[in-house]
Design a protein around this ligand. Structure first.
Ligand code: GTP
Ligand code: MG
Length: 292
């Protein structure tokens, strides 16, 4: 018997959803940062074994949206939940503010919910157990598990737990596929991650990245990407004093892009100002955020 299905991973920003997908896949697929709202798109992470295919769906952290980009981000969470066979709701070991948004969003879920308490490495097993009990009133979960995505604790128990609730079905994707997204998408994401890791306050949220050119020339991948910022003064900050910031972003992104493509990479970054792109439906479409 072969089992398969879509398993969205949802929760507040920063709980470790993307870290969990990477840990399960044993490969860095989704970008991760200590800042909230790192993930902006729905990304499939395909886990394959001989008798099963679990299609994990990484999604943006659940928030109350303020601008159009965030509205589309929340739409992508709802879309992810629509075709779910099993849903993983990831929570921190200690109660956080604004968790009610998560409780609200999961009300409509009809598929089985598994509660995952992440960051077990920061707490005791007893506290995690207490947390599992206290969430009973808010999350109608079938089963719960405490894990550490970062330290890869208890991950081997998570897969069999999911498989218990996954229906019989064929593989939806080739078994050697890891994701549904093209290389260009991941190149832009790697660059965006470096922006998140190196800039502060509103700067990461002012930026998005678009890959203009990605082609092989004389055995080298030639990549040109544009970093869009929503304010003129942010451009200067992304470039940095004597170009130091943009250089750091490039230096950190290049080896990861090389690993992704398996080839030497020449990376050229440009910075462009696009006023208020986060509220402009056309520009959001350009960056790959769908209205659907
Ligand atoms: N200590 C500890 N930190 C973790 C663990 N899992 C993730 N983190 C850290 O938590 C931060 C957020 O991780 P992400 O994977 O980006 O979280 P996310 O839920 O995808 O966040 P958004 O995309 O913003 O919704 C990063 O600094 C991770 O290193 C864990 O098990 N233990
Ligand atoms: Mg994420």
């Amino acid at each position: 018997m072969h089992k398969s299905g879509f398993v969205p991973i949802i929760g507040r920003p920063n709980v470790g959803k993307s870290t969990l997908i990477n840990a399960i896949l044993g490969q860095k697929l989704c970008i991760v940062s200590p800042k909230a709202q790192t993930t902006r798109h729905r990304i499939l992470g395909i886990y394959n074994q001989e008798d099963a295919q679990i299609i994990f769906v990484d999604s943006p952290g659940i928030i109350k949206p303020k601008y159009h980009l965030q509205k589309l981000m929340m739409k992508s969470v709802r879309n992810a939940l629509m075709d779910a066979e099993v849903v993983l709701v990831v929570m921190e070991p200690i109660a956080q503010s604004l968790e009610s948004e998560v409780f609200f969003q999961i009300q409509k879920i009809k598929s089985p919910i598994l509660l995952v308490i992440n960051k077990l490495d920061t707490t005791t097993v007893e506290q995690a157990q207490e947390r599992i009990q206290s969430l009973k009133d808010y999350i109608p979960y079938k089963e719960a598990i405490a894990i550490s995505a970062l330290k890869k604790q208890n991950l081997s128990e998570l897969i069999p737990m999911i498989l218990k609730y996954l229906p019989e079905g064929p593989a939806y994707y080739d078994k050697d596929m890891l994701s549904d997204r093209p290389e260009r998408f991941f190149i832009a994401e790697i660059i965006r991650e470096k922006i998140f890791l190196n800039t502060e306050q509103e700067i990461p949220y002012s930026c998005d990245v678009s890959v203009l050119i990605c082609e092989e020339r004389d055995n080298i991948f030639w990549i040109e990407a544009e970093i869009y910022v929503s304010r003129k003064n942010h451009k200067a900050m992304i470039i940095g004093k004597n170009g130091q910031m943009i250089k750091t972003i490039g230096v950190q992104a290049r080896p990861e892009i090389q690993e992704l493509l398996g080839k030497e990479v020449f990376l050229n970054l440009y910075v462009k100002v696009s006023e208020d792109w986060k509220n402009d439906p056309l520009k959001l479409k350009f960056f790959g955020y769908n209205e659907k």
